[in-house]
Design a protein around this ligand. Sequence first.
Ligand SMILES: Cc1cc2nc3c(=O)[nH]c(=O)nc-3n(C[C@H](O)[C@H](O)[C@H](O)COP(=O)(O)OP(=O)(O)OC[C@H]3O[C@@H](n4cnc5c(N)ncnc54)[C@H](O)[C@@H]3O)c2cc1C
Length: 363
Amino acid sequence: MSDVYAEPATAGDPTDPATLARYTTLRLGGPAGRLETAENADQIVLKVQEAEDREQAVLVLAGGSNVVIGDQGFAGTVVLVRSRGFQAVAEDVDTVTVRVEAGEPWDDFVAATVERGWSGLECLSGIPGSAGATPIQNVGAYGQEVSETIVAVEAYDRTERRVVRIPAADCGFVYRGSIFKYSDRWVVLTVDFRLTRSPLSGPVRYAELARALGVEVGDRVPLADARATVRKLRAGKGMVLDAADPDTWSVGSFFTNPVLPGDVFEQVRERAADLGQPPNWPGADGTVKVSAAWLIDKAGFAKGYAGPEGVAISSKHTLALTNRSGTASAAALVALAREIRDGVESRFGVTLHPEPVLINCTI
Ligand SMILES: Cc1cc2nc3c(=O)[nH]c(=O)nc-3n(C[C@H](O)[C@H](O)[C@H](O)COP(=O)(O)OP(=O)(O)OC[C@H]3O[C@@H](n4cnc5c(N)ncnc54)[C@H](O)[C@@H]3O)c2cc1C
């Protein structure tokens, strides 16, 4: 079976199939104690249960596009999620509910929904990884988040040792988070999305996207136009995977945009008075989300800023840290992340937090 996720064996020890660097977009990560591949939901449950019966720790890995795995690897069992497919499970005049297997490549799924005239995921085009990982951090981009269309997640509950259906309201979705992130309890098996039957996108919410489409914020555009324009904008920032472009050997954004209480934001503005206004988005509860990219850049870390062993900030996007040599260690990437976090902290008094899940490494 072809494996769309695995990288060519250029990372880590190419003779060792258990070198996790081969399964991550950063091309980082030492060996797995044991590596299992699950090709359907039943197998995912079985492989996890078997590891538990051996009293081994379990790491569920799909596209490897949102993890930083340390150089010592993962001593337990790594279960590679490779289930495939999707089907409509409920329909009415206006909507269709689609159930997608966890291992389905996300962008293939988005392309299929756009082709069928199902509106709701088009602005999430070009994001790497699997459909089953999208609820983990409530994947979002260009004004859409999966929490707007997910109606339920089917998961294996490792505490109860049974398969459960979790309605969206119980998933705890927040900006780049959910009950699933940083928790070993649930293994996502399928995700149900309720999409709208429409040849048009939802209202375009992101100013940069509206400009690129030549429309006003709030307008709707043909689904295929939204998808193509999002992919083009993303490619220009190194945010679509490209084996030939080391600017994409990353986890996308390494840091989340900090969400600050109003008074803390005012202090940041004062500290940044000589630099102009930090891009920001007021929240409903008096909080303010601030651009991490701006803070990083103004703290002295420009695009291309290099760390040890050929790790560097992407030359196309300030938020993406890359293993551009393809041969760096996770320790080198983490050292660069730490330097940036500390630099922003001392310049603006704001602590940046990593967006990817760190496994056996820490910043
Ligand atoms: C170039 C690039 C651009 C990106 N752009 C965006 C973006 O615009 N917006 C955005 O939100 N993200 C973005 N990302 C991050 C990433 O693509 C998404 O978070 C994606 O959903 C991760 O999917 P994955 O299958 O690769 O997950 P993995 O990296 O394999 O896993 C990530 C985490 O989820 C857990 N996990 C994975 N599958 C399951 C499962 N079935 N059940 C339980 N836990 C599971 C893993 O254990 C791990 O903790 C980008 C990444 C890259 C490399």
